[in-house]
Write a protein that binds this ligand. Sequence first.
Ligand SMILES: Nc1nc2c(ncn2[C@@H]2O[C@H](COP(=O)(O)OP(=O)(O)OP(=O)(O)O)[C@@H](O)[C@H]2O)c(=O)[nH]1
Ligand SMILES: [Mg+2]
Length: 470
Amino acid sequence: MLHDTIAAIATPTGGGIGIVRISGPQSSAILRSVFSASKPDSFKNPAHTAHGTPLEFWRKSPCRLRRGWITEPGTHRILDEVLAVFMPGPCSYTGEDVVEIQGHGGISSLGSVLALVIQMGARLAQPGEFTRRAFLNGRMDLSQAESVLELVESREATSAAQALDRLGGSIKLHLGPVFSAARDALAEMEAFLDFGEDVQDMDIPRIALRLRENVLPQIRRLILRSRKFALSPKAPRIVVAGRPNVGKSSLVNALLGEERCIVHSSPGTTRDTVRAECVFSGAHVEMEDTAGIRVTEDPVEQQGVSRALASISRADLVVFVYDASTGLLPEDLEILGQVEHPSVVLAANKTDLLSGAPTPVSLSSRPWVPVSAKTRRGLDALESRVGERLKADIPSGEEETCVVNLRQRGHLEAALAFFEGAAIEGEGEGRVELMAEDMREGIRELQKIFGEGTDMGILDAIFGRFCIGK
Ligand SMILES: Nc1nc2c(ncn2[C@@H]2O[C@H](COP(=O)(O)OP(=O)(O)OP(=O)(O)O)[C@@H](O)[C@H]2O)c(=O)[nH]1
Ligand SMILES: [Mg+2]
């Protein structure tokens, strides 16, 4: 139902500021009844100021914030001092008249503002209903609406950048030429089917060739790209390893910014691997502290060492720590030989103990970073070297370009199968009717990416994953 007015708290609980969002035809009437631009008890007529009524203000300057008070009509009881904005449709987020009331973040004051708004005629919005309205009102296509959710959910800079890219309509941009090519080919075929007499008049193999050149490769590229990124949806795992007592646990704590691992001056402190999630160089990663690797008689420590070696074999990247005050020892080199991991960053720790500069180490082009877990010196450099190594696996320039989600990929794959079928039919006997039918189906699949012809059940499933207020 689009003719009713919906409202919700659009911000997470516990923030300093919270927003109540209203969308629908009654938005302005509700705003007029609850908002006073002057403090209600100091004026006879609370809704009016020297600048006229609040709505006159917004009519002249839409989308501008205005300070005021939310008051209960009748009692004039003040619920909150707020900043409010009125965004008239159709150029608002949802395409309808939208009001946002910025109040103090406390759940009770925001809750009472929302309750009042509902009392004045709005109803509580369902999850994702604002974005659903934006989609239904043509403000965005379904791929863009999905990217709103992906942007809210993304925990790292790369996926946020991809979501933002899709929100900007990158999928339509990439598929636009594909659409035109497919539609043009179909239009030619349909004209022939409607009016043509003789198959000889139409160069079907040429149309099939155009499909092969202008449609199939583009769709395949989009699918491939999304497969590549979907293959490793997990956060990369960074394992911190080395001899005992070189300061691995201290370094992990320093990088995490919390005392997560036990640190002690006696070697062999860490036994279990300790895993923690964090954002590292803009990416969401899993960081793992491991037991110092050495030959030992202690059965518990032995287990720790085996776990450390197992962790290294599963790591996406190893930060190999050694003690800069002693330099790389033969034991370090022995472990490094054992590690045999393609991505290793060497961290020379305890540089604070050196009087001069640490001696750089160059070991088969492995990045080397001098650090001190104690003074935190060099931690930023370590973070960026690790980030560079992790990104080295992704071909340059591709990490932020159009990557489709699973639903969109399903339609791309279905479309590809239809267009491939059409191309094969076009090259063979040239059965125009069959080929045209495949083209139609293929185009229909592409349209579903943008929500055209998508049934309500699928829309419910997509928007149901959103939070209320989005
Ligand atoms: N001066 C100095 N001391 C450090 C530094 N990092 C760690 N230490 C000290 O080195 C000792 C060992 O630190 P840990 O972090 O427990 O070392 P580890 O590599 O985790 O040791 P194991 O768990 O036994 O393998 C502790 O006494 C730390 O305080 C540093 O950057 N500078
Ligand atoms: Mg340790």
